[in-house]
Every structure is written in C-alpha cells, then in structure tokens.
Design a protein around this ligand. Structure first.
Ligand code: SF4
Length: 88
C-alpha cells in the first residue's frame, strides 16, 4: 500500500511528477480505467483513438498527488518521482 507520508519523509522530498510506464494494460490492448476512476481530482483522462486501446494521460496541473491511482493500478504502471529538498 502506498504511503505518501513515508515517501515524503519529514518533508525532505519535493514531488516532481507522475508517470505512466509501459506496464499499463492499455499497451496490451486491455481496457482498464482504474486509475481514472480513482482520481477524485479528475486529473487522469484517456486518449481516445479508434485504432488503439485508450491510455491514461495525467494532467499534473490538476493532480494533487494523493496517489490514489498508484494504489489501484493492477500492474504498478504509475510512478511518482521526487527530488531531495535542500537543507538550507
Ligand atoms: S490503472 Fe494502471 S493499468 Fe489501468 S489504465 Fe491506469 S495505468 Fe493503465
């Protein structure tokens, strides 16, 4: 289970981004919308292309980094990245 608090250990990290990797079921032509359904901020949309299975696209301007999408993804296809904050 994703632990956002542990990830941000004492505020030493700054969130940078959220990415969908090639493990996404959409790349195997399997329709899955679990991450979009879990996103209360409505930051995840699915590109519609009549010739392909929809893939999720994350709008980082809307994302509140709650990590609900990470928790529900059956293939661990979503990754959150962070950098270390300066101590000064
Ligand atoms: S929950 Fe995971 S597998 Fe499903 S659409 Fe989102 S990123 Fe892809």
């Amino acid at each position: 289970m994703w632990d956002r608090r542990a990830f941000l250990t004492g505020g030493m990290r700054r969130l940078q981004g959220l990415f969908v990797n090639s493990n996404c079921l959409g790349n195997q032509k399997i329709v899955c919308r679990s991450c979009g359904d879990a996103c209360e901020a409505r930051a995840i949309r699915f590109k519609h292309d009549i010739s392909a299975t929809p893939l999720p696209v994350i709008d980082l301007d809307k994302c509140n980094y709650c990590a609900a999408c990470i928790s529900v993804c059956p293939t661990n296809a979503i990754t959150m990245t962070a950098s270390m904050r300066n101590k000064s």
